[in-house]
Ligand binder design. Structure first.
Ligand code: DGL
Length: 276
């Protein structure tokens, strides 16, 4: 018998293949952090659509057209083992289209209404997201399925997204500005009884300390830890580098603002930023 001339075809993922995290800006870092706790040597490519930022004030049609196309280019360039849409706005609008377009597993980020409902004693929960996220039928569906006996109040905040970006670039948020945004929930009828707030935008956990100072009576939940567990589950048995490699940072527009963010992230192991 002649030995086979072609090398064996294998599905094995090389240890250098990254996990690709995608968001409009820095919010996805709130998903990266718990993931790194579970998978400390996983190579990471963090992609921020800075040219499209912010997503929360865009239309469904814009997000639906933009996100699958961008992720297609990112997957082609970085060949990730897994894609994480670390953005509630993009996930609640475009997750099925992204999954259909890519040939790698895709994990989305959707509002953590189920755990919030499980925690609430007053049965009044707040959902704080972008304007685009809080109006999605996907959120109606989550509320009906998992919080049917709760009053679910929603507020969309573009200001909190900006405050989170500014904080990462070095500007501490003013407590009054945080209070004003939380007021968008508390001032609604029944809002005074909210005991759990879902941070339904990945930018918002980056401000959790500040929000907890302004609203100490409330507990905050987000999807970060659950997504990290899902990523670990989907990559079970994969090969990983022995030591944490340098992570990559990609922007769709690389200007002054992005360079400041890149400087701030250098301490977290992200090497110099590149443009898509
Ligand atoms: N971080 C994003 C989210 O989870 C969106 C922020 C924005 O660009 O408006 O929804």
């Amino acid at each position: 018998m002649t030995p086979a001339m072609t090398p064996a075809v294998t599905d094995a993922v090389t240890d250098a293949a990254p996990i690709l995290f995608f968001d409009s800006g820095v919010g996805g870092l709130s998903v990266v952090a718990p993931t790194r706790e579970l998978l400390p040597t996983a190579p990471i490519v963090y992609a921020a659509d800075s040219a499209g930022f912010p997503y929360g004030t865009r239309s469904e049609a814009e997000i639906a057209a933009r996100v699958p196309a961008l992720l297609g280019r990112l997957v082609e360039r970085y060949r990730p083992r897994l894609v994480v849409i670390a953005c509630n706005t993009a996930s609640t609008i475009a997750l099925p289209a992204v999954r259909a377009a890519l040939d790698v597993p895709v994990v989305g980020t959707v509002p953590a209404i189920k755990p919030a409902a499980a925690m609430s004693e007053t049965r009044v929960i707040g959902v704080l997201g972008t304007e685009a996220t809080v109006r999605q039928p996907y959120v109606d569906d989550l509320a009906a399925r998992f919080a049917g006996d709760c009053t679910v109040l929603r507020h969309g905040s573009a200001a909190l997204v900006e405050l989170a970006e500014a904080k990462l670039a070095g500007t501490a948020p003013a407590p009054d500005a945080i209070a004003a945004e939380l007021g968008g929930l508390f001032a609604q009828p029944g809002g005074g009884r909210i005991d759990v707030i879902v941070n339904a935008c990945t930018h918002f956990p980056l401000l959790e300390r500040e929000m907890a100072t302004v609203a100490p009576q409330v507990r905050f939940v987000d999807g970060g830890a659950g997504i990290a567990r899902r990523i670990a589950y989907l990559t079970q048995g994969h090969a990983w580098p022995v030591a944490a490699p340098a992570h990559r940072l990609v922007f769709t527009r690389l200007g002054e603002r992005e360079r400041r963010i890149a400087d701030a992230l250098a301490a977290r192991g992200f090497v110099a930023a590149e443009a898509l």
